[in-house]
Design a protein around this ligand. Structure first.
Ligand code: GRF
Length: 192
């Protein structure tokens, strides 16, 4: 099969709020010949996101919106539609999107979450796993629906918790796996 070229790859936007290490791994993945996506836009709700630096480094368009109300989300939607964005990857994006936004991009929004969903939706997943003396935690990529961290699971990776782990060390171990899991999830749902 002929590899996908720039013009027929899925136009993708990545939403971030912070460091952007998943964004960086997605950008690197998108540059591979076998990748079905091309990253056209980086969107953040926070103008101080460290991850916005990757827009400059990789020459990708960046936009900041506060996502505080429907009007702000409308502007995001217009921006995405204007550029024919067909896939949205939430990567450390700390805002909850409205039902109408999600409906507008039904089946086209993915999220990565640092736990083995359905366990530990929401925040403080590392603390919860350690406190419950779980043997494993991990990460999950899932489709986004209108209920928080509850959409259909695409893939997961388990990470062993040892007795010396703190939330910080566990987060670090899980993040390394996230960087592989997100590209694998995209390959899984989009490779022809
Ligand atoms: C990741 O652990 C992700 O699962 C969570 O927020 C973190 C973002 O990290 N939702 P980064 O900004 O991609 O480095």
């Amino acid at each position: 099969m002929a590899p996908l070229t720039g013009s027929n790859k899925i136009k993708t936007a990545v939403f971030i709020s912070g460091t952007g290490s998943n964004l960086k791994s997605l950008i690197r993945f998108s540059k591979l010949k076998k990748s079905p996506i091309i990253i056209k836009m980086i969107i953040s709700n926070n103008s101080n996101s460290k991850g916005l630096q990757y827009a400059k480094i990789y020459k990708i368009k960046k936009k900041v919106f506060n996502f505080k109300n429907i009007l702000s989300e409308k502007k995001v939607t217009n921006e995405l539609k204007k550029d024919n964005i067909n896939l949205i990857c939430l990567a450390g994006f700390m805002k909850i999107l409205s039902k109408s936004f999600i409906k507008n991009f039904k089946g086209k929004i993915l999220n990565i979450h640092p736990s083995l969903l359905p366990k530990y939706k929401g925040l403080n997943t590392y603390e919860k796993a350690i406190k419950n003396k779980d043997k494993y935690s991990g990460c999950t990529v899932h489709f986004v629906n209108s209920r928080l961290d509850s959409g259909k699971i695409i893939n997961q990776k388990k990470v062993r918790i040892n007795k010396f782990d703190t939330p910080k060390t566990l987060a670090k171990k899980i993040l390394i796996q996230e960087h592989k899991l997100y590209p694998a999830a995209i390959m899984k749902i989009l490779s022809l």
